[in-house]
Design a protein around this ligand. Sequence first.
Ligand code: SF4
Length: 362
Amino acid sequence: MEFPLPTITPVEPKKESPKYIRLSAASAMALRLQSGRFAREFEFGGINLLLNYDNGCLSDCAYCGLARTRPGDYEDKSFIRVDWPLYETDLVIDRMAQYEDKLTRLCISMVTHGSAYKDTYEITEKITRSLKTPLSLLVAPPTLNRERLQALKDLGTDMIGVGLDAITEKTFFDTRTNVPQGGLKWENYWDIINYSREIYGPWKVNIHTVVGLGETDRELVDMFYSLKEKQILAYLFCFNPEPDSRMASFPKSKITRWRRVQLVKHLIEEYHLDRRNIRFDEEGNITGLKDPTSGINKVLKSLDGGVPFMTNGCPGESGEPGCTRPYGSYRPSDSYRDFPFLPATDDLTLIRQELELEKLLT
Ligand code: SF4
């Protein structure tokens, strides 16, 4: 006797890492996987990759586009306010090899997920086997430990980035620990930062720091001095509310505050600005620079050609800006919060007004 076979609808294979990977829209354009143009022409060679899982990132940070309880499918969620289309990893690696002479820096962003380490390892191995462009990993500390950081270095990873984002223990707790599916731990982040510094060496570790999550300028300044002391890089981001995230209605920092933080950070890092020369008000806002040295006065006059206002990111092979993440801190229709190129003369005129430079010096 014959039994009719039941009709089985084939299950669509999951498009997850390591077989699949997401790519920032700008990176997809640079690799000719997507059409589009930037509002202004500039060289773009930093490729940002992001792990992809059906159940997404298991953390739930209040400000993040990928947060677990933010509505929507993970695949459709934006991250740092830009879209991240999904491709087969092998196709992306082939394209990167094809355009390698134009590339300056590659980066894989992990997410908090049980498979993230294993998949990052596999993709890193494939990339370092096929390409010489320096590779950074923007890591998810809960998935790592000292041995894993060492294993990733042994594969050829050049730099480690840690998205600390919230730069005080309190703002970290409020936005990343004490949230519905939160639980990220300040201590765990610092363990991974310290292990990375030991394993990767001076100026090979960077911390992503966000302006506008509830910290003061004074706390930011303290963090810049402390990281400089440890020979760890601080990369600045401007909080940019993601629609539907829990901080969607939280205001972005005022432009004057943002420009002053950019400028002071640059003066600390590049011109050894003495902390006693920075004036704060009672709330901890930067209000002035007193008795600047003649060197610093010169920088203030020229705004150092606009360098303080460029995007902070991992360098290319010869130290040039390598990762410039266009639109990470602003919308394509907004003026540039950080510039993926040297600001032009008109931009500098505007920046001078935004800084309220005269007030800063009186
Ligand atoms: S600056 Fe760019 S390359 Fe460096 S860790 Fe951050 S995202 Fe990655």
